[in-house]
Every structure is written in C-alpha cells, then in structure tokens.
Design a protein around this ligand. Sequence first.
Ligand code: WTA
Length: 648
Amino acid sequence: MTSSAPDAPEVYPPSAEFAATANAGPELQAEADRDRLAFWDAQARRLDWATPWTEVLDWSDAPVAKWFVGGRLNVAFNCIDRHVLAGNGDRVAIHFEGEPGDSRDITYSELLAEVSRAANTFTDLGLVAGDRVAIYMPMIPEAIVTMLACARLGLTHSVVFAGFSATALRQRIDDAQAKLVVTVDGQWRRGQAAPLKPAVDEALAGETGDPGASSVQNVMIVKRTGADVDITDGRDLWWHDTVAKASAEHQAQPFDAEHPLFILYTSGTTGKPKGIIHTSGGYLTQASYTHHNVFDHKPGRDVYWCTADIGWVTGHSYIVYGPLSNGVTQVVYEGTPNSPDEHRHFQIIEKYGVTIYYTAPTLVRTFMKWGRGIPDAHDLSSIRLLGSVGEPINPEAWRWFRDVIGGGGVPIVDTWWQTETGAIMISPLPGITAAKPGSAMAPLPGISAKIVDDDAHELGAGGSGYLVLDQPWPSMLRGIWGDMDRYRDTYWSRYAEEGWYFAGDGAKYDEDGALWVLGRVDDVMNVSGHRISTSEVESALVGHPAIAEAAVVGAADETTGQGIVAFVILCEGMENTGELLVSELRTQVSTEISPIAKPRQITVVPELPKTRSGKIMRRLLRDVAEGRDLGDTSTLVDPKVFDAIRGH
Ligand code: WTA
C-alpha cells in the first residue's frame, strides 16, 4: 500500500502475529485502572532495590513529588551489574559505529569494567555524591560510560549537547556549579574532525563576556580525533592516563529514590534555560517500563536503535537509562545520517539487523526528500517496530515511514513526552492499539492526561485545547535547578486550583477519542525536534551592536517542522549592510547558542507590530513569515507597519 492510495486505511491495527507476543496486552490498562498506585508499585519491582519503599507516592508537598518513599537503589547497578550477575555479561550492550567507519562492540561485562574504572577515577578526584558533573561529548561510548559512572556514585550529571557554544556551556556549568567537565579533543562531523576542547577552555577562561572563577576543578578529556589540545596543568587530565589505568572493581552503593540523577537544560519561554531536575527511583521505573512496553523490547533478541543524541532527553531515557535497565543490545552511532552518504542509516540497520528503530519526524521527512531508492537498496526486513518522537509526525511521513522503512506491516509508536516528563506519556501500545497516522493516540496505562480549555473545562471528542497532566507520574521533573519559584510558575500556576501540570502543548481529540498533539502554545519553537525559545534567539540577536530590537517566530517548514524567522530593527544611525549583516547575525546566534538556533531567514524591518500594551504580535509575524493573509490587525498600534514589513 502506498501513501497516496485513496483507500489508505484510517487505522492500522497490529498484525495478529505481533499482538500474540507483545509485552503489553489489554491487562496492563485494566491493572492501572483498578489501582494506579498499586500499578506503579508493581512496575517499580521490575528494578532491583537495596531497600524497599514504604509508600508509593507522597504528594503532600505538591507540586514536588516523592515516589517510592524510603526506597534505595543504584541506577547504574540496575543498568549494568544486575545483567552481569544474571549471567548475561557476554551480551553486547553497545554496537558502536563511529562516523569514520570504526566500530566496536561492548558487552555488559566490559561496560561494567569501564564504568567501574571511571567511577574509581572520579572518586580519586575527590568527587562525592551530590556533586555536579558537566558532560560535553559527542555520541561515543565514553559519554554513556561517564553518565553511568556518575549515576553509580550519586554524582548529578548535566549533559550539554556538544553542538552548543562555549557561552551556552559556561552558562550551564555556572548554573549547576559543576566541579568536573568531561569532554573530548574533537568530534567527527560530516567527515571532518571538529575540535571541541577549545570550547571548554574558552568557557572556563571566561573569555565569553562572563569572566570570573568557575566552579570547575578538573577537565577530563577523551581522545577521539587526535586533535592537538592545550592542557592546563593541574586541571586537565586525559581519560587514557587515568580512567584506562584505574581499577575495574567498584562496589555500587544505593541512594535514596529521590537522589538527583541528572539536570538537563531545556528552553523555556524566557531567555534563560531551565535546569530540569530528575531523580532516581521513579525516573528509572518509568523509563524502564515505557521502554519495555512501548517498544515491545525483548532482551537478547532485539537490536534496538534510538537515533537521538545524549545531549537531549531522548538520549537520556531511551539510549541510556530505559534500554540499559532492560538489558538491551543497541546501536550507538556517532555521526550524521549522510556521512559518507545518504545510505548510512540503512547500512547500519542492515549490518546489525536492527529490529526497533526510534527516530524523529524531521529525519523521516529528510529520507523522503532523498527518495525511496536509497532505503530500497537495503535489506531492512529485520525491522519489526518503528518509533517517532520530538514533534507531531504528519500522516504522509507516517505512512511513508511504515511502508518504506517498515516494509508495510510494522507498528509505529508516535510517542509524546517532554524533557520535563522524563519518559513517554502518550503513545500507542504496539500490540493492542489500532494506530492512526499522526496521532499519539492515548495516555499509557498509569498515566493520566486531559485536554482542557482556558477555564479548566475538560473537553471531549472533537474538542481542542491545552494538554494537561492531572495526576503525578513517577518520572516527572522534581523542579528547576536553583529556581523552584519558576518551577511552580511555569508548570503549575496556569491551573493552580486544579493542581494540573500545564504541558505547553495544544491538543485535540478526534471523533473516536484519539488524541492529537498539535504543537506548542507558548513561545517555544520546535526545529528538527529541538526546543528553542524565541526570546533566547531574540536576545542573541540584540547582542549585536547594530540591532535595536528583534522578534523571532517559528514558521512552518517542510523538513524541520518549524524554521526560525527573525525580524530585526537597526539601531539609530546603523547601516543595513544586507548579506553581510545577515551573515554576522547568524554567526552571532551560532556562538551565543548553537548552530541549530541559526535563523533560516532574517529581515531588517523599520518597525515591529505591537499591541497597544507594547507586546510584539508574534502571531501576525508568523502569518507574514508563512505568507498568509493577515487576520485581525485592529489591536495594533499602527496597522500600516505591515506594509513596511512586507515591502522588505
Ligand atoms: C514536542 C522531547 C507531537 C512537544 C522528548 C513537546 C511532540 C516537546 C511529540 C518536548 C510527539 C515531543 N508529537 N509533539 N510525539 N514528542 N513533542 O523537551 O511540543 O525536547 O512539548 O522532549 O516536543 O520537547 P523535548
């Protein structure tokens, strides 16, 4: 069946064969409906605990939850040691595929040895449970080893995407007061060795306009590309001189279920990123439960591949913690999908016999653009389940994904969740849900969500409004690092009386009650599945001496979901140098934030449309950016400003 078939079915139920062996059957929902907390109690027992809990949920300090109160466990022990102890030490945990073509298999026993060495080294550096460690690394096994070594020692890691700039890194190091940074000499990107360590040096030297001592005591460097690096004596250490020589014996100690496991920064509606805090027991319970049921993962049989980067939450929950807790065998790929050419992902699927492939809609649309001749040149018949995350997947891409990559017959799980939710919340269950292309379908068993209007009225079939989570869940965020007021304000003030979590997404139910996530309702853009706030980009733009004011909107983009479009006003007396200015501004955003935040289009305008109360009317700018007719402009101070904007 092709996507253009006029009789393409509305719903895609799983095959009888898939349903017969699926991990999740209808009883899962029935159990959760019977007693939600007893259900989570049972899910938590999938893990190994050193001390059992006395209470499943303590919500008395809402909106700060305590799950599995009094329970103690070691997250790394659950992800590694217990598999080795169960006799699966020789199972491959990671099939690593480097961008230049090097590859390496790492078994659970080897992973245990490597994580133990790193844990011993970090201990020798004087780090103790509760200290923060910044991880600024590409997708290489040592990045995963570092995360697990931190988990093992109760060190709270903060992974900073290796595509972020020195400025962004410094901001995150300072906010968390990290004592150690783990990085690499350089990373492979599109066939080139790109240096990374200089960005750490720049961040720590404070040459980025934010001088002053940093909290960092040591920098650990993994040699990846062989690039020359400057070494600061007494601060910088090579991994191969320290970790590689340390003892491979390490006894993991248990930590409280609420011990902070990691901080992960994400964009909010203001310029300052939020350090989302996740803890241990509840987080691992839900990451593990969802990985097992949503991906129907069968340890020892499946070869799983999640194409995310550990710099994002998907990498945390569905490369590191969820999959490894379930004893996965997974592919970890370092590079981009078109290095050395567009066949790369399909060659990897073929080489390892990948059975579960979890990726983002933007990549599916890119594959579509490259044409089906590329995947068709490969044997992809090992694939038995596909997953999507990061943004709504349009039905056309959904059908193409299923037909071309999935061979026409496999389930697709469209998983809705957020950095803040820690794990998947809304998704089909592959063995029971008759999925609709483009719909995330329904909350998972144990999860409760509603679609409501401004007045907190719950909407039914056909209704469209705001997505809220009306019951606490185990992997929920526990706060924003250093700013609990912002935590309450951002997520819990909108429906304070009801005590609901405001997700920031619009959603609707169709006539059959299937849930469709429609996208952000706040000033957060979604570019290739990356969250970028409009004000973050605006403040980078006004950092340029020529710019007085900037307004940024996300405009629909065929491939990336949204593209960043900026409107800027020049300072008095500044000249519009055209292309030169635009390229300077793009560089400015790149160095302030990251290349992923570079505007697709920058237009110099004489004025910005503002309401009488002085708010920039982004909705109207989006209309302009998307080439639509303007709606109601009556609230503008000067509706004529649009003629001026359009004229440019
Ligand atoms: C969007 C990524 C529609 C949504 C795990 C959410 C989605 C934001 C989906 C979180 C999906 C994620 N369908 N929209 N399946 N998955 N989103 O924090 O707007 O990087 O609020 O977490 O991505 O992005 P984040």
